[in-house]
Design a protein around this ligand. Structure first.
Ligand code: ATP
Ligand code: MG
Length: 380
């Protein structure tokens, strides 16, 4: 009997299985995934990915042993995640990502595999200090695709809990890092498609600073690729049916992936981190900004940003970490840099290059006492 540790690389020629029937089924699934991923990156790049990024033998055996002997640390919508921290000195720490078991209420195994394959293909092309690192992939005959990624300390959700709110200088740092990662993704003619706090990971560096990386590329697409609309509230109106009621007169669903949708999701995430309001209240602020962008509000954008700054300043004072003396300038600066990201009109949204430039400008203008330039705040 083939052992569950008997993994072969993502290379089709190396797919191992216990019987000819399951081997054929595995190849069939793989073929369907390949055709969908071809649309993502083009056939040449997809085949390059399939034949590359194999996991080192030792790491492969270790990862599989962990998956079979220990419960996962996280379970997301599609995937299970194991965090591997206690390795012998000198060995790398890592996170393992594999599809969830198919059961009632989960997407089909094929859909979950497709997402992981998308992620593997995208990450193979996306080597950047602000994008989660792909250490390698392998294909198991029954478990499917397994990804091994660089280990981080958690997502922004966990950071928010740990710090009891995120100080504005750290939000600014998140903005600079995430927009730099997103700019790199967009320059490769790809989109992320699912940007939100759970998909941005942080790490406390030795120097006491934070670093941030974008993760979860299961919804990544090539620009222009057709994608089904989603119900997720944190996605933009052209993608999320959630906004349909709010903007019925202007609602235009856009089934093909575009970089402007990521810019909207980025702006909404920064707003959520600063305002700390309930989803319903956030929805009101976002729709107010959207209505201003189509001139359906009496209030101007500057007035709206001013009111949001007041709210954010109050929230910032509740953070456990110290906030800068020139708190209001920081808050207003970051919110102003986001202006236009939540415009209802795609063509009015700034590019992520522009957003990153605006955020970098704040670093040049503002030096918070006792802190580094660039908002690199001490972690402790
Ligand atoms: N490399 C990593 N290092 C540390 N933690 C990680 C890593 N990758 C994922 N996690 C943790 O696991 C969670 C889920 O990961 P991920 O978003 O990749 O899976 P998912 O199934 O797509 O989740 P969801 O459907 O909820 O978006 C993250 O929010 C994070 O807390
Ligand atoms: Mg996720």
């Amino acid at each position: 009997m083939a052992s569950p540790l008997d993994l072969s690389s993502l290379n089709l020629g190396g797919v191992g299985s216990s019987s000819e029937a399951s081997r054929r089924e595995s190849l069939g699934q793989f073929g369907r995934m390949v055709s969908s991923v071809r649309r993502l990156l083009g056939s040449r790049a997809a085949s390059e990915v399939m034949n590359s990024a194999p996991l080192a033998e030792g790491l492969k055996r270790q990862a599989l042993a962990i998956m079979t002997t220990r419960p996962q640390d996280f379970e997301g919508g599609y995937a299970r995640i194991w965090l591997v921290k206690n390795v012998p000195e000198g060995e790398v720490v890592y996170a393992i990502k594999a599809a969830k078991k198919e059961s009632e209420g989960t997407p089909s195994h094929e859909i979950m595999q497709n997402e992981l394959f998308r992620e593997a293909v995208a990450l193979k092309c996306l080597k950047h200090p602000n994008i989660v690192e792909l250490l390698g992939t392998c294909q198991h005959p029954s478990l499917g695709i397994i990804l091994v990624q660089g280990l981080m300390d958690g997502s922004l959700h966990e950071l928010f809990e740990e710090l009891e709110g995120i100080p504005v200088t750290t939000v600014h740092h998140i903005g600079c890092d995430v927009s730099a990662g997103l700019r790199f993704i967009h320059h490769q003619h790809l989109t992320h498609g699912d940007l939100q706090e759970g998909n941005v990971l942080y790490r406390k560096e030795e120097k006491g600073t934070f670093s941030f990386r974008i993760a979860d590329f299961g919804s990544s697409s090539r620009v222009g690729e057709r994608r089904p609309p989603s119900g997720n509230v944190y996605l933009p109106p052209e993608v999320s049916s959630y906004w349909k009621k709010q903007f019925s007169a202007h609602f235009v669903s856009k089934p093909s992936a575009c970089t402007e949708s990521d810019v909207w999701a980025f702006g909404a995430m920064i707003l959520r981190l600063l305002l700390v309001v309930s989803p319903a209240e956030l929805g009101l602020w976002i729709s107010r900004l959207a209505r201003i962008s189509i001139e359906e509000e009496r209030e101007t954008e500057a007035q709206c940003l001013e009111r949001m700054s007041g709210l954010a300043v109050r929230e910032q004072k509740l953070c456990r970490e110290p906030v800068p003396d020139n708190l209001r300038d920081w808050v207003h600066g970051v919110l102003r840099a986001m202006s236009g990201c939540l415009s209802l009109r795609l063509e009015s949204r700034p590019s992520i290059d522009e957003v990153n430039r605006r955020l970098q400008d704040i670093s040049l203008r503002m030096v918070s006492p006792g802190k580094d330039r660039g908002g690199k705040q001490k972690a402790e």
